[in-house]
Design a protein around this ligand. Sequence first.
Ligand SMILES: Cc1cc2nc3c(=O)[nH]c(=O)nc-3n(C[C@H](O)[C@H](O)[C@H](O)COP(=O)(O)O)c2cc1C
Length: 337
Amino acid sequence: MTSTQKTSEIIDRRVCVAPMMDYTDRHCRYFLRLLSPSALLYTEMITAKALLHGNVPRLLDFDTSEQPVALQLGGSDPEELAIATKLAMQWNYSEINLNCGCPSDRVKSGQFGACLMGDAARVRDCVLAMRTQTKVPVTVKCRIGIEPGMNDLSDEEFLQNFIATVSEAGCTVFIIHARRAVLNGLSPKENREIPPLRYDVAMRMRALFPHLTFVINGGIRTVDDVVAHLQGFAGVMIGREAYQNPYLMAELHQQLYVPDQPLPSRAHIILAYAQYIAQQQSQGERASNMLRHVLGLYNGLPGARSWRRFLSENANRVSNVTQLLQDSSRIVESQAA
Ligand SMILES: Cc1cc2nc3c(=O)[nH]c(=O)nc-3n(C[C@H](O)[C@H](O)[C@H](O)COP(=O)(O)O)c2cc1C
């Protein structure tokens, strides 16, 4: 067994929060970590090129309390990805993930994302190059297939070929967004909604590759969904619901890890986050960049709309964020009572 395999077994992948551009930044992850001590948190995708040419500390800095954090890289050039991985290791990320699932506009130029599923040998070479620079797991996030580009193969055959080839490079963990990516004709948003979910295809990979680890993603929204998927998969990755209804992360942690302990109160979480915001403000960060991540905290409760409105209207105006959060929290709690 290689050292990578050993490390990958140490990471608890039962609950993961998906990489989401413009959402899962470091502030968002700090907030989610307050709700869930256990979830594996993914960064937004950062392209290898951005790391080669951009402000590396700005792109890679995070608070150690966010750990375990997986860095998601975008790219298709093995050499660039190897350099990006080397840089990332100076920040001690727990895992490096390669994006082979995102149907972004830049896909057309073949730079990264789901189009890479059409060139499994390249993905294998990228993973190989990345693994020369790190001992932490190099994982791949992919779809079940891509349109066009499957050459009349079924989803199952296509995905099986992809996984067989990429795992030759020592990738032992695959996160499968259980839909095809439609590369011409659908927007990224439509690509998260229109192609049907096929958990069964991902499940068959489990049987075909019993030595590999599979994490399932796509359309998972409740504690019950997660518990059901964990019967078949090593882990579950949650995207939109973790952002829109972040308290789900606290419920999942409690249910799966500490069923005998009470859930943390939302007001308690908010106070802890307010302290973080104040500390970040003292370093020049804008409160609104951090407050936006808490808007969904009371989702599903009476008063949730007032909470969102009050915070959105005041985020740019106030100097005392702790007071703002306490006031808005009080409004909701009184409506909920
Ligand atoms: C706003 C947004 C941004 C996303 N950005 C990324 C990204 O950077 N990398 C990636 O692999 N997937 C990205 N995704 C896809 C998610 O990681 C996830 O695969 C998808 O939302 C399906 O999971 P869900 O149904 O739980 O949301 C993004 C999704 C959303 C909603």
